[in-house]
Design a protein around this ligand. Structure first.
Ligand code: SAM
Length: 241
């Protein structure tokens, strides 16, 4: 999977995605993250990328031409790299459909290349969205100052579903949300921590019993913390619909 991120703050994105699992996945060639500085594509002598909105209002808006030129630069860069995957252009926006694990899975399956546009200030000129964007995605019902953190979140959760990024598919298949409920509680050494002991079944070596315990513990946790994830038949009798 290749990610191209159009942004005014490439260092921020590079720093976040250059670390830990996604950083190592890039080094190992399982995914590629390329950032593209929109300002480099401004034709203004001061490299300006924003302007005041027509009709008045506070704040500045990112203008369409530098973003369009940057997008053309991304396509040219892909051509130079001999890259020709299934492409999808996303504008990170509080107005988009809200990111879920299911959407991340859909993106990981359907596309080889996500081109992400990060807005800033009051956002972007609507015409660039109409022109180049396939879909708007929000990371939640709140407003941030820029699209860089949302882009990092989207890349992180899609990239970890890409083959090779995690040690094995089981790493994400059994965890919270993916499996349809929260993950069961997990424990590591020491057995006794501040007087709280690891449940004895987990020390028994009986894998049938361990799996049964994990299922019941996951169900109980989900009923308590996220009953909205459960189908009606698994909800606790006194849960509200
Ligand atoms: N004026 C815009 C509005 O009311 O929709 C908000 C602009 S916001 C201050 C600046 C940029 O941050 C947006 O263009 C978008 O790229 C990003 N952003 C803010 N909140 C976001 C969210 N919840 N999900 C994804 N991107 C977000």
């Amino acid at each position: 999977m290749r990610f191209d991120i159009m942004t005014l703050f490439p260092d921020l994105v590079d720093r976040v995605l250059g670390e830990s699992i996604i950083g190592r996945a890039q080094e190992a060639g399982f995914c590629t993250v390329k950032t593209h500085q929109i300002r480099d594509y401004s034709q203004d002598k001061h490299r300006r990328v924003d302007d005041t909105p027509y009709g008045g209002g506070k704040g500045m808006l990112m203008a369409a031409p530098p973003i369009y030129n940057c997008y053309c630069g991304v396509l040219a860069d892909q051509l130079k790299d001999g890259y020709d995957g299934r492409r999808h252009v996303i504008y990170l926006s509080p107005g988009g459909r809200v990111l879920t694990q299911q959407i991340a899975e859909e993106l990981a399956q359907k596309y080889d290349n996500l081109i992400l546009l990060c807005g800033h200030y009051e956002g972007v000129d609507r015409r660039i969205v109409e022109e180049i964007v396939d879909e708007e995605i929000s990371i939640g019902n709140y407003v941030l100052t820029g699209g860089e953190i949302p882009a990092c979140i989207l890349v992180d959760c899609v990239a970890r579903l890409t083959e090779g990024v995690l040690a094995a598919p089981e790493c994400y298949e059994n965890e919270s949300i993916s499996s349809g409920m929260l993950e069961y509680p997990q424990y590591t050494r020491p057995v006794d921590y501040h007087g709280m002991r690891v449940p004895s079944v987990l020390l028994s070596g009986d894998h049938k019993k361990i799996n049964e315990w994990r299922y019941e513990a996951a169900l109980e946790l989900t009923r308590r913390q996220r009953p909205d994830l459960l189908p009606e038949e698994l909800k606790a009798p006194d849960d509200e619909a």
